[in-house]
Design a protein around this ligand. Structure first.
Ligand code: 6PG
Length: 250
């Protein structure tokens, strides 16, 4: 049951990892069917990380209008597309995007392995503007987001100013000094805000505190995932019981 969650977004609590993945796939599938019925195409932006993997695998098993879907990424690490660290590699495998159901031209990798990350960001922005129309909002039908324990979402890390970037669609995020984080390419907060549906995928006790902090008003620079509160479409926080804590089914 989805709990109406107010400005923080709706909350859906899964009983376990299997239900979490099944519900995520169902939410994504419904949005894909709806977008294709309404406009003939469904455009998705995928986050990486570990949580979405099973959801993507379950989605891959569903009967969808695959030929009418277009796939983008929310962010990407500065690694080659065949790297085990690549979000493109992981999601393409989990969704079986290379099995012929989706036209190769409909899969749009963020080229975070390019030598000039700023130029790559500009190219990726150009793809978005050509895809959605120069004068139209870049409004994904479905966007999956995760949250790091530090409060980041996408590759908008706290204390970097990235969540405040609002003059471009795709940003180059330099390697974070003193951290293990590679340089990245990421969609910016304004693109997150324009999404029709954002599915926030969080599981585990370790995310409970940051989920609660992200759903509360406060400085986005401190907890960049708070930017999800400004999603113009619908945000559904798909949690397991451990991550939900007090955000139980009401
Ligand atoms: C990435 C992701 C990132 C991820 C969070 C949560 O490139 O790592 O896009 O934003 O969603 O770090 O990751 P987990 O699902 O592994 O906790």
């Amino acid at each position: 049951m989805i709990t109406r969650g107010g400005p923080g977004g709706d909350v859906l609590v899964a009983a376990d990892a299997a239900e979490h993945a099944a519900l995520a796939a169902e939410l994504m599938a419904r949005a894909i069917h709806g977008a294709v019925e309404e406009r003939g195409v469904a455009r998705l932006a995928l986050s990486g990380g570990s949580t979405p993997a099973e959801a993507y695998r379950r989605l891959a098993a569903l009967d969808l209008p695959w030929a009418r879907t277009e796939w983008f990424w929310v962010d990407e690490r500065a690694v080659p597309p065949d790297s085990p660290r690549s979000n493109y590699r992981a999601a393409s495998a989990d969704l079986a995007l290379g099995d012929g159901r989706v036209p190769p031209a409909a899969v749009h990798r963020l080229e975070a392995d390019a030598p000039d990350l700023e130029a790559a960001a500009a190219r990726c922005e150009g793809v978005l503007r050509r895809t959605f129309g120069v004068a139209a909002a870049v409004s994904f039908d479905v966007m999956t987001l995760g949250i790091g324990e530090d409060g980041h979402t996408a590759s908008l890390f706290p204390g970097t100013g990235a969540v405040a970037i609002d003059d471009r669609l795709v940003a180059a995020i330099p390697e974070q000094p003193g951290s293990k984080l590679e340089a990245r390419l990421t969609l910016t907060a304004p693109v997150i805000h324009e999404a029709q549906l954002v599915v926030v995928l969080c599981r585990g006790e370790s995310k409970r505190a940051i989920v609660a902090a992200a759903r509360q008003a406060g400085a986005e620079e401190e907890v960049p995932a708070r930017t999800i509160r400004r999603v113009k479409g619908r945000a559904i926080w798909l949690l397991d019981r451990e991550a939900a804590g007090d955000l139980k089914r009401r």
